[in-house]
Design a protein around this ligand. Structure first.
Ligand code: ZN
Length: 240
């Protein structure tokens, strides 16, 4: 996915591209994109495209959905009109994306604390704008303990740690203990894996967008913990 540029720079809000193909008048593939197609529990981006020198307006091509299909990132736009070779400017809905980035890096810190303190493995997660959830394989169901783990996570947030993103040869990366945090999801079959490292806290293979520094998360707020069956706990949190 050489054209999936959000993997290299998660802070680009506006970019130029060229339409490679359009299917059914609304599914647009670009030669390069910063729109996140969803995945790993992080929802897709939304935004808008302006075409051939037009400026953005409410009548523009709103990006309603972004997904990965047959190895290509497809942008579903709100109206027909775009065609092959059109030059576009894409603009990501930054409020939405940035909040999801903060939620995402928070999830990595929470994962790491739960793993270190309780030996809990993350079994799934879903980030959201209002609240996010992470499932853990964990016997304990104690509100106060959970609050304690979130307090620990907030200590890492406050330490203002720079988040490192780099690529590693797949074979080498898979030798690192814990590099794959979601037991059920193996990283893509690629020569190189993208690694997200929060030094001293967490390191994992990840394809999502992350903040540059943990302080950008603000504050993680514990919402609730639910029983989701034997040894399965669902934690809800938000950020402020
Ligand atoms: Zn992640």
């Amino acid at each position: 996915m050489e054209n999936a540029l959000y993997m290299k720079d998660s802070y680009i809000k506006e970019f130029e591209g060229v339409v490679e193909s359009v299917k059914d008048d609304k599914f647009v593939v670009l030669n390069r994109t910063y729109f996140y197609p969803g995945g790993g529990g992080q929802p897709h981006d939304t935004g808008i495209m302006a075409c051939n020198g037009e400026t953005y307006n409410d009548e523009g091509y709103h990006v309603m959905y972004v997904g990965k299909f047959e190895g290509k990132i497809s942008h579903e736009v709100s109206k027909p009109g775009l065609k092959q070779s059109d030059k576009i400017i894409g603009r990501i809905d930054w409020d939405r994306r940035y909040r999801l980035m903060r939620m995402h890096t928070a999830a990595h810190i929470i994962d790491a604390v739960l793993y270190k303190e309780a030996g809990a493995l993350c079994t799934g997660n879903q980030l959201g704008m209002d609240k996010s959830r992470i499932d853990f394989s964990l016997e304990m169901l104690d509100r106060e303990k959970m609050q304690g783990y979130i307090d620990m996570a907030n200590e890492f947030v406050k330490k203002a740690i720079d988040v490192k993103i780099y690529f590693m040869k797949r074979d080498e990366a898979l030798k690192i203990p814990g590099v794959v945090k979601l037991a059920s999801v193996m990283p893509p079959e690629a020569d190189e894996l993208r690694i997200v490292e929060i030094p001293g806290v967490d390191l994992q293979a990840d394809g999502g967008t992350q903040v540059k520094n943990t302080s950008e998360i603000g504050e993680i707020k514990f919402l609730s913990v639910e029983n989701k069956g034997k040894n399965n706990r669902r934690l809800y949190y938000t950020i402020a």
